[in-house]
Write a protein that binds this ligand. Structure first.
Ligand code: BEZ
Length: 392
């Protein structure tokens, strides 16, 4: 799949769905079975990938959101929550109609989730025009909290430019020679590379080559690894996540590059189930991220224990971002469930006491947070992203 900006078929689907919304006469009171300042029920749409390369990320987000609900008696803002889950799939072709169904047919009060940047860009106008709050709990598309920000869209995760740009100066300092850049060919891949390149070159780094691989269909990375070797690069910067991250890192080792050409990337490259599947092949990979299970704070320790108890797995950044989306709604839904009421309340939620550390929304509805330098280390038969530095 290529880079997917907001394209016309989706705009026209959005138009039809908005007409349906208007005809239903529901306006801003959709999904407001309880309404008012407190009490009653609230329906929340959870839009995450249940299929495709990012399905494991979707499962982590479901677990994180559900854990918060379990810990709070199934209520947010004093209202009993009914979660309606929909499959985002691999991008906007599936994610946009699924979101529209949540709003127009299921009549949810708000939608939480969205993993893929291209889905987020495809949904932007629909939520803005429907005046329906969307809480993005992963997708990092820069424009969503930048040039195309909306009063109705908030993000509890990161933006691609920030999480990737955090690592540029470190790589420029550590690597003596040129660095090869490689990522999947869609919005997030392009933005992760651009964000890294900007701060890397500003710090004196030089690029050996840049390549984009077909998203969602590339399983054999050998031709690309061959090009990396042929370029004479002294290190590689890459963004992959989910199944693609497992294949890339394992094949990097099989191709003989591990230990010779250091591998860097945003932390999605080595998160959770992906890291378990990569195993020894990931040792030494250095990443930037706003979370690790290894963060040494009491809130995180308590969260890691509770998550392990519920799922028998360590948590991931995806679980934390969805857990925090629930925490944000817990505060905001106390004020009301109408679209405008809710976005006003979102502006006043203040500090979120998260397992990643305390954070607040900035003026563009994005998270203001710290980024860490992590390195994969073996730890008694398992693998962890050890925190080895602070990236500000
Ligand atoms: C994205 O498309 O924005 C994205 C997907 C997976 C991990 C991180 C970002």
């Amino acid at each position: 799949m290529g880079a997917l900006p907001v394209f016309s078929p989706i705009r026209s689907i959005a138009g039809v769905a908005l007409c349906a919304l208007a005809l239903s006469g529901c306006g801003s009171s959709l999904g407001q079975s309880g309404g008012g300042k407190s009490g009653g029920d609230v329906k929340i749409g959870l839009l995450v990938p249940l299929s495709g390369v990012y399905a494991p990320l979707g499962q982590d987000m479901r677990n994180g959101f559900q854990l918060y609900l379990d810990q709070h008696g199934g209520k947010l803002g004093g209202r009993t929550v009914k979660v309606v889950t929909a499959d985002e799939g691999e991008g906007p072709q599936t994610g946009v109609p699924a979101a529209q169904k949540l709003v127009t047919q299921d009549q949810v009060t708000t939608v939480v989730g969205v993993v893929n940047s291209a889905t987020a860009l495809g949904l932007r106008d629909f939520f803005d025009e429907a005046k329906k709050p969307l809480i993005i709990a992963n997708a990092g598309a820069d424009a969503i909290t930048g040039a195309r920000k909306s009063r109705y869209i908030w993000r509890t995760s990161f933006s691609n430019g920030k999480v990737s740009g955090a690592l540029g100066p470190t790589v420029a300092k550590e690597v003596k020679g040129r660095v090869y850049l490689i990522a999947p060919d869609y919005a997030a891949g392009k933005e992760m590379v651009a964000g890294f390149r900007k701060t890397f070159e500003a710090a004196g780094g030089k690029v050996a080559g840049e390549k984009y691989t077909p998203f969602g269909t590339t399983q054999d990375f050998q031709p690309y690894l061959s090009a990396i070797r042929g370029s004479g690069a002294k290190a590689v910067y890459t963004f992959y996540s989910g199944a693609e991250a497992v294949n890339f890192v394992k094949q990097y080792k099989q191709f003989g590059l591990t230990g010779k050409v250091p591998l860097y990337g945003p932390g999605f490259l080595t998160e959770g189930g992906v890291l378990a599947a990569q195993g020894q092949a990931a040792v030494g990979v250095k990443t930037s991220l706003h979370y690790s299970t290894e963060l040494d704070n009491p809130r995180n320790k308590e969260f890691v224990d509770a998550y392990r108890k519920k799922t028998a797995k360590p948590p991931t950044v995806f679980a934390v971002q969805a857990y925090d989306a629930a925490a944000v709604l817990d505060k905001a839904l106390a004020s009301g469930t109408g679209g405008d009421e809710l976005v006003k309340a979102l502006g006043g939620v203040g500090t979120i006491d998260s397992p990643r550390g305390q954070w607040t929304f900035d003026g563009d509805h994005n998270v203001q947070q710290k980024y860490y330098l992590r390195e994969v280390k073996a730890n008694g038969g398992t693998y962890v992203n050890a925190i080895i530095g602070d990236l500000g």
